[in-house]
Design a protein around this ligand. Structure first.
Ligand SMILES: [Zn+2]
Ligand SMILES: [Zn+2]
Length: 378
């Protein structure tokens, strides 16, 4: 048996960035081999690992997912399990999520499903929004059609041991938009001989965020947000009037349909402003996350779990503005993404001071056990 605490600390000490979770996946596989699943597949959508426990009897197909990638954030900590990889650390608690699911896998090896099928998914590249999609496109996952899918994420800002859930959108859709404007450089003494994208860029910096607020909300069915992220104009040379500009913005929406409208609106604005100024432009969308939409039946199962374990249930009034690529699982099954409170004063996710609270490890395993028994225990 693994020690949840030791395994969590081991993962924390050796974090790997999205898409590079090679050693993490190897360790997960080693542990899963000891649990004697009916099927164990590695290299699913990158470094994803999938274990299937099949009762051989009819019943639901149930999927539990843990994410396993770390972030490009340096860790300045003096605890013994501090990251040894410079500039990389587990600041979203995926080390904790993985340890919890691995601990639960060991429980399942002793207490196998009596009906249906259990799929345990260890997913890479959550932070870049690539992992879930890549896993679902892999042939190993295509044959496994889950009826129910669940994922937990620790949530600082909520009381420890509370469970945070919501029917409908839990986490927003988001995507990055890279806008490249192209004009023509000229000598700075003769700007009229070139075509500077400066004024179009400045106009877009003012007007793109306005697409998501101040009277325009009537165009959408729910909340949308457009945030300026980065801008670059020309080069830092006093002798040259710029010919190129780059602008990066992030788009968010609670509904996928609104995301389409916001993307179309932003694209149309870039097109009309560029064309009017005689510039060419190029748009690239990256890190696309659909909205994570929770199914009422899956939320009901979480609610019952909270009753059984005597945990306080917090129903989120609004969806969270951040995104989660578990959204791809919510699109193919009755699914719920839910939060496990990490403490009201715990440092926020992606904050350099954050570390997964070890007190949640056992609690997480208990939640998986309860959902498991409700769905697959016969
Ligand atoms: Zn994160
Ligand atoms: Zn995360």
């Amino acid at each position: 048996m693994i020690s949840l605490l030791e395994f969590r600390h081991e993962l924390h000490k050796h974090p790997e960035l999205s898409g590079r979770e090679k050693m993490t996946a190897r360790r997960i596989r080693e542990i899963l081999e000891g649990t004697m699943p009916d099927l164990l597949v590695s290299g699913v959508g990158g470094h994803g690992v999938v274990a299937v426990f099949d009762s051989g009897n009819p019943g639901p197909v149930v999927l539990f997912r843990a994410d396993m990638d770390a972030l490009p954030i340096g860790e300045k900590a003096d605890f013994p399990h501090a990251s040894v990889n410079p500039g990389v650390s587990h600041k979203c608690g995926h080390d904790g999520h993985t340890a919890i699911l691995a601990g639960f896998a060991e429980y399942v090896s002793e207490c196998r499903p009596k009906r249906g099928k259990l799929i345990l998914v260890f997913q890479p590249a959550e932070e870049t929004g690539r992992g879930a999609k890549a896993m679902l496109e892999h042939r190993a996952m295509k044959s496994l059609k889950p009826n129910y899918s669940f994922a937990l994420h620790n949530l600082p800002g909520y009381p420890e041991d509370s469970v945070v859930v919501r029917t409908g959108t839990f986490a927003a859709a988001s995507k990055g938009m890279v806008i490249r404007l192209k004009g023509k450089t000229s000598h700075a003494s003769e700007p009229e001989k070139g075509k500077s994208p400066a004024s179009v860029m400045a106009g877009l910096m003012v007007d793109l965020p306005r697409l998501s607020g101040n009277g325009n909300t009537g165009d959408y069915d729910d909340y949308v947000l457009l945030t300026l992220i980065h801008g670059n104009l020309g080069t830092p040379a006093f002798g040259t009037s710029p010919g190129d500009a780059v602008l990066m913005v992030t788009l968010r929406a609670y509904l996928d349909a609104d995301m389409e409208k916001l993307s179309a609106g932003a694209t149309a604005l870039v097109k009309s402003r560029s064309e009017a100024a005689g510039l060419t432009y190029d748009i690239d969308f990256q890190e696309e996350f659909p909205a994570s939409v929770n199914h009422p039946e899956a939320v009901e199962l979480i609610t019952r779990t909270c009753e059984k374990l005597d945990l306080s249930l917090v129903e989120a009034v609004l969806p969270f503005r951040w995104s989660e690529d578990f959204a791809h699982f919510t699109a193919i099954s009755r699914a719920a993404l839910f939060g496990l409170g990490a403490g009201e004063n715990h440092p926020a996710l992606h904050n350099p001071d954050y570390d997964f609270p070890d007190r949640l490890l056992e609690r997480g395993v208990q939640i998986w056990k309860s959902l498991y028994h409700q769905l697959l225990d016969g």
